[in-house]
Design a protein around this ligand. Structure first.
Ligand code: FAD
Length: 367
């Protein structure tokens, strides 16, 4: 195991933005991980675990500490019955390769999560979700290492507390564990999950009502590609949705409707009402943050080298040469404008890495 110094993080992120890590280590085994955690302790370093870099924004100054990058790949069958199968996926396995692996073998449950970039370990951190499915639907347990002791533990579903883009790993226990592998349970005799509006529409256009797993995966990739620019070298970069969607209580929804009534027109109120019905039934009322961003006229808005994606305004684009400061300035402008006009404080989805508390306070303020 080698620890490199002052390694730039830019190429390791899908945003293609960010300065260097003071120390950087690729980790394949628990023994290597313990060794590097001991190095960290001796030198009293800040720690960051870097997966595929698709849900982070790294500061232009970089990260003043140790970056650990897991590289342990592999998928194994750990239990198999007539109806279900349980897989262990190593943390550094590419999530979409795991989806492809399951679909090829006719195992149901993760096909709607096709084409989400990044590693399997990180998929658990924010309980990835898309097109009516979430990791928590099939997740069983995770093997993790405790950062301070090097002890390996198994955390079950309950212990991981998975919610909307959240788990203990990005909330209550942030920084405490490194995920080594996860176990998921898939169905051998599954049924297509076509409830989500975009997926439903896709198959209603004469493409059949009982699609195969391969057809569903193909559909999800086609729907995503039309909206989410999959980060590729030649096209700048992005980190997927930069803002979280809203999950509102009835009272919060009514306050929003009232603000839209006051500050916009009746047409927009009608659209808001239609959206509130679109994702039912659900415990909370889901309103896409993109609806508010578009209503505020921010689609395509630019600052420096960054732009609100003209085709899906949840996404902020690096149009080439953008800095982290450009991205945060744009995010800050979007949040303040939306807050002023609708009273809603939209939340960021990616993790901000290497920023000072003063910078975070400056950019996150709604005033
Ligand atoms: C084009 C595009 C589309 C996207 N679409 C979706 C989508 O539909 N749904 C969705 O939910 N997300 C989506 N995302 C966001 C992102 O792909 C997911 O959040 C993904 O799971 C992040 O994986 P990563 O390996 O890149 O994690 P990173 O960005 O490297 O890290 C994310 C977080 O996980 C932590 N982490 C990583 N590995 C470990 C580990 N082994 N142990 C402990 N902590 C760890 C990091 O420290 C960091 O806090 C999209 C992103 C892009 C660029």
């Amino acid at each position: 195991m080698e620890i490199s110094k002052d390694r730039t993080l830019k190429p390791d992120t899908t945003f293609k933005i960010g300065g260097p890590a003071k120390f950087f280590a690729r980790i394949e085994t628990p023994a290597e991980l313990r060794e590097v955690l001991a190095f960290r302790k001796t030198h009293n370093l800040n720690l960051f675990v870097l997966g595929g870099g698709s849900n982070i924004l790294v500061s232009d100054r970089g990260f003043d500490g140790l970056v650990i990058h897991p590289v342990n790949k592999g998928i194994t069958v750990v239990e198999e019955g007539a109806r279900e199968i349980e897989l262990r996926i190593q943390a550094a396995e590419t999530w979409d390769d795991a989806v492809g692996f399951a679909v090829e073998r006719q195992w149901w449950g993760i096909e709607n999560l096709s084409h989400i970039p990044g590693q399997a370990g990180a998929a658990l951190v924010q309980n990835i979700g898309a097109y009516g499915a979430q990791l928590c639907d099939i997740f069983q347990s995770a093997e993790v290492m405790e950062v301070t002791t090097g002890e390996i533990r198994i955390l079950d579903r309950e212990a991981c507390r998975l919610g909307y883009r959240s788990s203990i790993f990005n909330t209550t226990h942030e920084g405490r564990f490194i995920i080594l592998s996860l176990r998921i349970r898939l169905a051998k005799l599954g049924r297509p999950n076509l409830q989500y509006p975009d997926v439903c529409e896709y198959f209603e256009q004469g493409r059949g009502t009982s699609p195969s797993l391969v057809e569903i995966r193909k559909a999800i990739i086609a729907i995503r590609d039309a909206k989410f620019p999959f980060p590729r070298e030649e096209k700048g970069g992005n980190a997927g949705s930069f803002f979280k969607n809203l999950l509102l209580t009835e009272a919060e929804y009514l306050r929003l409707e009232d603000q839209i009534q006051r500050n916009f027109n009746q047409d927009l109120v009608a659209k808001l009402r239609a959206l509130a019905r679109k994702f039912q039934p659900a415990e909370r009322i889901k309103i896409p943050a993109a609806f508010l961003i578009d209503a505020c006229g921010l689609k395509g808005y630019r600052i420096g080298g960054t732009q609100v994606n003209p085709t899906q305004s949840l996404v902020l684009l690096n149009q080439g040469g953008a800095t982290a400061r450009d991205v945060l300035s744009l995010a800050c402008h979007v949040r303040r404008t939306v807050y002023k006009k609708t009273g809603v404080a939209i939340q960021l989805e990616p993790e901000l890495v290497g920023f000072t508390p003063a910078e975070l306070a400056e950019f996150m303020s709604l005033e």
